[in-house]
Design a protein around this ligand. Sequence first.
Ligand code: ACO
Length: 444
Amino acid sequence: MSGNTTKAAGKPAANAQVAKLTLPDGKSVDLPIIKGTEAPDVVDVTSLYKNAGVFTYDPGFLSTASCDSSITYIDGDKGILRHRGYSIEELAANCDYLEVCSLLLHGELPTKEEFKKYKHDITYHTMVHEQLQFLYRGFPRRSHPMAILVGAVASLSAFYHDSLDIKDAAQRELAATRMIAKMPTLTAMAYKYSVGQPFVYPQNAMGFAENFLHMMFATPCEAYKPSPAMIRAMNKLMILHADHEQNASTSTVRLASSSGANPFACVGAGISCLWGPAHGGANEEVLLMLQEIGDVKRIPEFIKKAKDKDSGFRLMGFGHRVYKNMDPRAGVLKKSCDEVLEEVGVKNEPLLAIAKELERIALQDDYFVQRKLFPNVDFYSGIIYRAMGIPTIMFTPLFAMARTAGWVAQWKEMIEDPKQKIGRPRQLYTGETARKLVPLDKRK
Ligand code: ACO
């Protein structure tokens, strides 16, 4: 490397630092080094194929930055997560979820006046088109709420034609507002449908977290007033899940949107990706695992199974592609667990005792230590949700609801990036080379 590094992707400055790549045929190419404001520098390989006729190979994006972004910063070795420069710990301790949504989308924390307007805009978009209930009614009652959400969210593009033009800044803002505002309504509707209860309409007098709990638990026969502790816990959980830079579901939203597809369809794609057990689906799996363990005495048996590659079993809620230290969100949740359980009146939750002991044992075990496997956000969230009376099947939909803020912020950032191109990865072809076709009647 030599000279200064360049600050933004694109053409290197005249004195930019470069990495030199020499290929077996002796051809050599200079690859600009680009510096962000924090985190490792990146080697810009965009012109590599044009200049050297080779691609880079990185399945799973282990070493590849897919975009520039100024929304979220993670230092996985130090266990740091910041949105727009603010630590997740500070945001979770001090903010309303909608303040964080506004921060992610607009770059700054809102002033009091801005926040009042933003809250009003979100509140007045919480209702969904009445016709949507018929879409819900087409699903079997036993459907997983994530299956319903994938369809319901993508279907918003059939209802809100005035926010589909992604080239229009006002329509982009409206689409972002609609997505964030309607997700709790759609999520609660998926739950109500699964338990055979009537849908509950949003209430404009309630705050965002309170309104969601109301739509989940009120019925026409009985009002539901969540306690301040429940509202605080819900608010904190949503903040902790709001964004996490270029994770699998966010990258899915970005890739889907890169073709110019409308934001509702793209968030539907993100929800599909989130559902998998290696990603957001893990929160449901953690609880099922803790229930299956059932007793602290059985922990060693499960640790042994997690270390045995032939078992196909992994300790759910452990490990992360980026964090090689405690996931800071898990840290906040672990601290909140006792407090929330006490506030919502759950005494001696046996699953919390199992989770804490499992963490203690795993963090002393060579297998987990060497691989730097720590609890992630999903490890403690389910215990809190359970204490709040949220059914296990709703854990991943709640993740999707909160992550919608991050998806739309990242989507908007991408669409507004002048360098934006359709996402089109290349491949290392390993199939047959050219061969002659044998007609069906001559094939043996
Ligand atoms: N239990 C046991 N072993 C594990 C676990 C685990 N939870 N996680 C990783 N490992 C092992 C792997 O077997 C591998 O071992 P090896 O080097 O001997 O082959 C090593 O640790 C590295 O794991 P990879 O799968 O290569 O790591 P990757 O970064 O691709 O995967 C992932 C990260 C998917 C999160 C993984 O740790 C996992 O499956 N965890 C359990 C599921 C989970 O909790 N997902 C939620 C993630 S957070 C989120 O999406 C919100």
